[in-house]
Design a protein around this ligand. Structure first.
Ligand SMILES: [Zn+2]
Length: 288
């Protein structure tokens, strides 16, 4: 269904996305595109193990080497007429060396195209197909097959290693909002858990808003059930997709991952900062 709505013949990414269709698929693709594990994107880490070549996309998936062919041979990709083709459509079984079929808009002829074509042939000559089903694996994981669990573990490790992102000031909101968000980014707001860390004698470390979990910055601004309703109202008011923040840095960076104009992105950034300020202010009024 996604492919019917979003797929297009000049697709360059392994996940199809039609920029004219707004919605949750767009948010998912944007989030996945921005994921990095040690500097590598998801498409460089989900590796196809080719057998019959019927599942793996020749250009768009990573199946030999550490990047998809679309990134390695961009000129050849430009000539490809069937950009979504599978490996089996390009490599003929039982044809021995040189058994490739191509579907070019015209034959490669410039120096750079011929050089890329030669490199491509050299790599394909080392590949042999068989009758088994293609497999997927995660990041050279020794385990056979792809598992969501392995990706989840990598994500958790990545979040744990995460350093706060560089803070981008928002010029049109009051300084006090900027400073409050800047301190949140460094985990330096006086939440109850941070006070306990500094050995301040407090009666409770539970979140004053929901009383369900300990009050960390992450909980207060992203996970608290009450604040969740604030973000829902924010999305509805701004006609902005539902906000799913898992860490404070997501709040600071969410505007970057939208398809909006530069001006609208700055507007969303500022409104997010002001909302954080209101949450923090509301929380302090409740506590003091
Ligand atoms: Zn809470």
């Amino acid at each position: 269904m996604v492919e019917v709505c979003h797929g297009k013949n000049n697709q360059r990414s392994f996940l199809p996305l039609n920029g004219n269709i707004r919605g949750c698929w767009e948010n998912i693709v944007n989030s996945i595109s921005n994921l990095r594990f040690n500097g590598k994107g998801l498409n460089n880490l989900i590796l196809g193990k080719v057998a019959n070549g019927e599942d793996i996309r020749f250009w768009l998936n990573t199946w030999t080497g550490d990047s998809p062919f679309v990134e390695r041979w961009t000129h050849l990709f430009g000539l490809e007429l069937s950009k979504l083709c599978r490996v089996a459509e390009r490599r003929l079984v039982n044809q021995g060396n040189g058994g490739f079929t191509w579907n070019w808009s015209r034959q490669p002829e410039s120096d750079v195209e011929l050089k890329e074509w030669q490199e491509c042939h050299e790599i394909l000559n080392r590949i042999s197909l068989n009758n088994n089903k293609d497999l997927w694996k995660w990041n050279n994981d020794n385990q056979e097959g792809f598992s969501v669990k392995a990706v989840k573990l990598a994500l958790i490790e990545d979040i744990d290693d995460d350093h706060p992102p560089n803070f981008e000031w928002c010029k049109w909101v009051p300084l006090k909002c900027n400073i409050m968000v800047w301190r949140g980014n460094l985990d330096r707001l006086a939440t109850r858990v941070n006070l306990r860390r500094r050995i301040v004698n407090i009666t409770s470390v539970m979140c004053p808003l929901c009383e369900e979990l300990e009050e960390t910055i992450k909980h207060l601004f992203t996970a608290c059930s009450l604040v969740d309703r604030v973000w829902s109202a924010f999305s509805a008011w701004c006609n902005f997709p539902q906000i799913y923040a898992f860490a404070f840095k997501d709040i600071m960076e969410i505007h970057k991952f939208t398809q909006l104009s530069k001006k609208a992105k700055t507007l969303i950034q500022g409104l997010m900062f002001i909302t954080c300020w209101c949450i923090w202010k509301g929380r302090n009024e409740m506590v003091f």
